[in-house]
Design a protein around this ligand. Sequence first.
Ligand code: CA
Length: 427
Amino acid sequence: MADSWIEIPSDSDFSLANIPFGVFRPRGKKLDFRLGTRVGDWVLDLAALEREGYLGGLNLPSSTLSAESLNSFIALGKGITKKVRTRLQELLSRENSSESGLEKDLQTQKKAFFKADEVEMKVPVEVGDYTDFYSSKEHATNVGSLFRDPKNALLPNWKHLPVAYHGRSSSLIVSEDSVYRPWGQYKNKDSDLPVFGPSRQIDFELETAFIIGKETQRGYPVPVDEAEDYIFGMVLLNDWSARDIQAWEYVPLGPFLGKNFASSVSPWVITLEALSPFQTEAPPQDPPILDYLKEKQRYSYDISLQIELKPEGDEALEISKTKFQNLYWTQAQQLAHHTINGCNIRVGDLYASGTISGSSRDSFGSLLELCWKGTRPIRWPSGEERCFLEDGDRVIMRGWGEKDRSRVGFGELSGTILPSPVPSFRG
Ligand code: CA
């Protein structure tokens, strides 16, 4: 990828090879949100660039770029959104700088360029439906071992279909938004009856998610080999979980209040085009799967993932490192399975991967696994210990691909646990 005339730190997730899309506004000014991209430490206002004539000839309705979500932009189709990304790369590359003129156009730069730490981000898409899969074999095996039987950790359906549940979109939040500790029903050890109180087992789940770019009609499944046409891009996702509430409520219908109080997403949507250099083999599947899930070209993406935990007043500790391509089920298989019954999909729908765990203890994607159900605490040099999250704890997730000195990443996804905002719940 060519160099940019904008200074981009060499370890930046937002190289010229990335060009993600998001929704922002200048911080603290109560101005309208608008679409942007991110390059190095700068956020570029796409509506302003269009007004100044830099996105001419691309058939972009201007209301699309000054919208409060990416939905109408994404709905223009990859034919157009790919061209916008390419145009932005041309405008910013050193090679084209004299042709594009943007480098010398300080007036436009003043209107369209914002420092990344001076903007407020928003959940980038209006999410109609949110689904959470359960596609990491290592995670499903760990959870099955912890809650059921280590000898039969995976249930009989797990290797035949990508297991999932329908999640909740109203409580999707963006990075840096706080998470309130939920109160609910759970059972204390040695008691048959539940109590009501603040969850004492708040956890995170390291996940990615893909965003739908093209709708389907009810009755028409997405073929597994065409799935990529329907996926606009990816974000990081933290599926906050209250393990005590979850353990008591989940039988027989699955996750509910232990999950739906908040899920955080990273603010920049990384397109599949930006991720394509990181395509890599997906794990082999055994036993054989049914035909509608068989891919002609089966692949995943080589994306490194990292989790840090920072207690209030203490240092951030890296507590896990894992890889996206560990997932047993690919995004194409997830989407093919999700729609095989004729379920239609809409632009902006969000499909999360499920917790991504590797096979060793330092690569697990949740505290439940990292601390093995509260039996092996994580320790800080200061003496601080954690098995589940305390108020004030900040969880930071990162994800990136790196190849031939070119880096494409998601930036940071963070969130801090706060006590309930309801006074009577605070005691
Ligand atoms: Ca999950």
